[in-house]
Design a protein around this ligand. Structure first.
Ligand code: CAO
Length: 663
C-alpha cells in the first residue's frame, strides 16, 4: 500500500486550464487511465486520465479551479506501491492522436500507384492514431462502389471518450471497405481503399501534413512546414517578419467566418485565436501562428472562406526562427475531420493537452452526459447555460451551437409569457356599456405593483382564530373619559399592536426577513410594526417603531398621528420603512375574516375583522362573549405552519389577560 499523487500532465501551455468537471469522489476505486477530471481552456476540453489505480483518498481540486501542468489532482492509495511517475511519464511520452498523425503523416494513408495507368491510383486508408487501444467503428458512411470526394466521411470511430470521422483522403471510388460497423480497430489497420482519380497530379507525399495534424505538432515547428501559414521575411530587418495566415484544409468547400476574435492593431500571442470558422459539420478556431501585431484582417464575419485563402497578416517578432514554407496540401484530414468543432486547423502553439487521450478538442463527459466542444462550452459558460439541460442534435449526441441557441430561445419565450404567467386579455369594456377611464394615483399604482410582487414571490398561508376581547372591550370603554382628557380616541388597535409586539418577542420566528442571498435569515432585534391605513389616494403603511416599548396611550396617539399624516399625504419615506410585521384592520368596516397579503420582505401580517358578540359555551351554558376575528398570513418560505400556529395561539391568549401587559 502506498499513497500516490495524480498530477495534471503536460497540458502544453503555460496558461492555466479550468477544472470544468470532477469525475471521481473520495472513496472511489479507480483504474489507470480512468478519467478523473475534465480540463477546459478556451480552445479545448480534455479528460485527464489517472496515472494510478487504487482508492481515491483525497480529491485536491474542485470545479472552477484553475490548474497548471503538474498540479496535484488526487491522492490515490495504491496496492503495490508503484512509482508515482512511471505511468504518467510513459503516457506523457506518448503524444495524442492528432500529434501522432502529424509526426507520422504517412501512417494512416499510404498511396500506391495503380499499375494500369498513371492517372489512377489506389489510396489505402488506415486507421489513424486514435490515442488509445481499440476504438469502435460506429458508422460506415459509404459503400463499395460509392464515388467520394476528398474529405467525405468514410467511417466514424468512437472510443468511450471521443468520436472522429475518418475522411476520404482523395476523390475517387470506394474500391474496398475492410471494416464494418461494430469492428474494434486500432491504429494502422486498413479501413478502406479508394481508387483515386488524378494520381499523376497528386503523387504520394509521405511528408505531407494536415492542417490539424500540424496544429498539434507544435513542438516540431521549427523543422516542420506549417499548413496555412506563409511567411515572408520583412525586408527591413531579420527579426521582424510578415506572416500570412491562410485558411488550412477545412475538409470541405467553404466555411463561414462566425467570429473575428481580434482587430487590426491587436497584439497577439502565438496561439491566440484570430477567427472562428464554422461549417455545417464543425467549427474551429484559427490560432495565430506567431506572436506579433495583427497587421491586416482580410475577412469579416459571415464571409465564406476556403482553404488557402489568406485571412490575416501578422507582423511577427523573431522572424529568424521560422523559415518561410509554402503551404502544403494535407494528404488527409483525420484529425481535422474529427467531430471536434473547435479543433485548431493550423499550427497551434500548444501540443495536445493530454497524452493518451483521444482528440482532445471534444471530450465526452460520462458524468454529465453531454458532449460538446470548447466553443459550445465557452458560449454556454458565457450565457450561464447548464449544458446537461440542452438537447443535442449533432451526430452521436453532440451538442451544437444551434442546440444552445434553440434552448436559450425557448427559455426567452417562456420567460416572455409562454410558460410563466398567462397574460390577461385586453377587453374593450365600452362594448358592454358606458365607462369612465380614470387614471390611477401614484400610490394605487405602487400598491398594485407591491401586491403583485409579493403575491408572486411569497407562498402565502393564512390561519384564522378569534380572540376573546370581552374584558378588554370593557376596559377600553371604561377609558373613554381618560381618552377625552388626553385628546385621543382609544380604539382596539393600540392593544392589538402591543399584543403583536409581545408575540413577536415570544415567537421570534416571525420577526425575521429572508436575506436576498437566499441562504440567510435576518433575525430582527427590534419590534417595528406597520399599520395599513386606507386613504383617498390609496393604501399606505406607516410604521410605528419600538411598539414593545410604548404604552397603550402612546400607541393610540401615534397611530392616530400616522393615520392623519397618511390621509393628508404627509408621510415621509422614513415613516414607512423598517417594519417587522404589519397589521391591517378592517374592524371598523366589517367582515368576518380575510387573507391579507404579506408586506414582503416582512414575513407576516395580521388581518383584523369586526369584533362581534357570539354565544360561547363555557362548559355549563352559552354565554355572550366579544370575539375579535384574526387572520394571520405568513410567508411560508420563512415561517412554517407550526410556528404560525404557536404565534396566533400566543397572540389570542394575550387578550383575556390584558391586565398583565398593558401600561
Ligand atoms: N371591531 C369592531 N370595531 C372596531 C374594530 C374592530 N376590530 N376596530 C375599530 N373599531 C371601531 C373603533 O372602535 C371605532 O369605533 P368608536 O369610534 O365607536 O370607538 C371605529 O371602529 C372606527 O375606528 P377607526 O377606523 O377610526 O380607528 P382604528 O384605530 O380602528 O383604525 C386605521 C385606524 C387607520 C387602521 C383605520 O382607519 C384604517 O384605515 N383601516 C383600514 C385599513 C385597511 O385598509 N386595511 C386593508 C389593507 S389591505 O390588506
Amino acid at each position: 500500500m502506498s499513497k500516490q499523487t495524480v498530477k495534471v500532465p503536460d497540458i502544453g501551455t503555460d496558461q492555466a486550464a479550468e477544472v470544468s468537471e470532477v469525475l471521481v469522489r473520495e472513496g472511489d476505486v479507480i483504474e489507470v487511465d480512468q478519467s478523473i477530471i475534465v480540463l477546459e481552456t478556451d480552445k479545448a476540453s480534455v479528460e485527464v486520465p489517472s496515472s494510478h489505480a487504487g482508492k481515491v483518498v483525497a480529491v485536491l481540486v474542485k470545479e472552477g479551479d484553475e490548474v497548471n501542468t503538474g498540479a496535484s489532482v488526487l491522492e490515490v492509495e495504491t496496492e503495490s506501491g508503484e512509482s508515482a511517475e512511471a505511468p504518467a511519464a510513459a503516457k506523457a511520452e506518448k503524444p495524442a492522436a492528432a500529434t501522432r498523425v502529424a509526426e507520422e503523416p504517412g501512417s494512416d494513408v499510404e498511396e500506391k500507384q495503380a499499375p494500369r495507368e498513371e492517372a489512377m491510383r489506389e489510396v489505402e486508408v488506415k486507421i489513424p492514431d486514435v490515442g488509445e487501444g481499440d476504438v469502435e467503428v460506429i458508422e460506415v458512411s459509404v459503400e463499395v462502389g460509392d464515388e467520394v470526394s476528398e474529405g467525405d466521411t468514410l467511417i466514424v470511430l468512437e472510443s468511450d471518450k471521443a468520436s472522429m470521422e475518418l475522411p476520404a483522403p482523395a476523390s475517387g471510388k470506394v474500391a474496398e471497405l475492410t471494416v464494418k460497423e461494430g469492428d474494434k480497430v486500432r491504429e494502422g489497420l486498413q479501413a478502406a481503399i479508394i481508387q483515386a482519380v488524378g494520381g499523376a497530379e497528386a503523387p504520394a507525399e509521405p511528408a505531407k501534413k494536415s492542417g490539424a495534424a500540424a496544429a498539434e505538432s507544435r513542438p516540431a515547428k521549427a523543422a516542420a512546414p506549417e499548413e496555412g501559414v506563409e511567411e515572408k521575411q520583412a525586408p527591413r530587418e531579420e527579426v521582424m517578419r510578415e506572416v500570412e495566415v491562410k485558411v488550412p484544409d477545412v475538409g470541405e468547400g467553404d466555411v463561414e467566418v462566425i467570429e473575428l476574435s481580434v482587430e487590426v492593431g491587436d497584439e497577439v500571442s502565438e496561439g491566440d485565436t484570430l477567427i472562428v470558422m464554422e461549417s455545417d459539420k464543425a467549427s474551429m478556431e484559427l490560432p495565430s501562428p506567431a506572436a506579433g501585431k495583427v497587421a491586416e484582417l482580410l475577412v469579416k464575419e459571415g464571409d465564406k472562406i476556403k482553404q488557402g485563402q489568406q485571412i490575416a497578416t501578422i507582423q511577427a517578432i523573431g522572424g529568424a526562427e521560422a523559415p518561410a514554407e509554402p503551404p502544403e496540401k494535407p494528404p488527409e484530414a483525420v484529425a481535422k475531420k474529427a467531430p471536434a468543432p473547435e479543433k485548431p486547423a493550423q499550427p497551434e502553439p500548444t501540443p495536445p493537452p493530454q497524452p493518451s487521450t483521444p482528440p482532445p478538442e471534444v471530450a465526452r463527459s460520462e458524468a454529465s452526459q453531454y458532449y460538446a466542444g470548447p466553443a459550445v462550452r465557452k458560449l454556454a459558460r458565457e450565457l450561464g447555460v447548464d449544458l446537461s439541460k440542452v438537447k443535442p442534435s449533432g451526430p452521436r449526441g453532440r451538442l451544437l451551437r444551434e442546440d444552445l441557441r434553440s434552448y436559450v430561445r425557448e427559455l426567452m419565450k417562456r420567460g416572455a409569457g409562454g410558460g410563466a404567467i398567462p397574460e390577461v386579455p385586453k377587453v374593450d369594456f365600452s362594448r358592454f356599456g358606458e365607462i369612465k377611464r380614470v387614471k390611477m394615483s401614484r400610490i394605487k399604482r405602487a400598491t398594485a405593483s407591491n401586491m403583485h410582487r409579493s403575491w408572486l414571490n411569497v407562498p402565502h398561508v393564512t390561519q384564522f382564530d378569534d380572540a376573546d376581547i370581552t374584558e378588554l372591550e370593557k376596559f377600553r370603554k371604561s377609558q373613554k373619559a381618560e381618552a377625552e382628557k388626553r385628546g385621543v380616541k382609544l380604539t382596539p388597535l393600540p392593544f392589538i399592536l402591543k399584543a403583536c409586539a409581545l408575540t413577536l418577542k415570544a415567537e421570534p420566528s416571525f420577526n425575521v426577513s429572508l436575506d436576498s442571498d437566499g441562504e440567510h435569515m435576518i433575525e430582527k432585534q427590534y419590534f417595528h410594526i406597520g399599520m395599513a391605513v386606507d386613504t383617498p389616494a390609496g393604501l399606505m403603511v406607516p410604521v410605528i417603531r419600538d411598539v414593545d416599548q410604548k404604552s397603550i396611550w402612546e400607541l393610540a396617539e401615534e397611530s392616530v398621528e400616522l393615520a392623519t399624516k397618511a390621509r393628508d399625504g404627509k408621510l415621509t419615506p422614513r415613516d414607512m420603512q423598517g417594519g417587522c410585521f404589519s397589521v391591517s384592520s378592517l374592524g371598523a368596516i366589517g367582515g368576518q375574516g380575510f387573507t391579507p397579503i404579506v408586506n414582503t420582505p416582512e414575513v407576516g401580517i395580521l388581518g383584523i375583522s369586526k369584533a362581534t358578540v357570539k354565544p360561547f359555551w363555557n362548559g355549563e351554558a352559552f354565554v355572550p362573549r366579544t370575539f375579535l376575528p384574526l387572520s394571520l398570513s405568513y410567508d411560508h418560505r420563512a415561517v412554517n405552519g407550526a410556528d404560525a400556529g404557536r404565534f396566533l395561539t400566543h397572540l389570542v391568549s394575550l387578550f383575556p389577560k390584558y391586565e398583565e401587559w398593558i401600561d
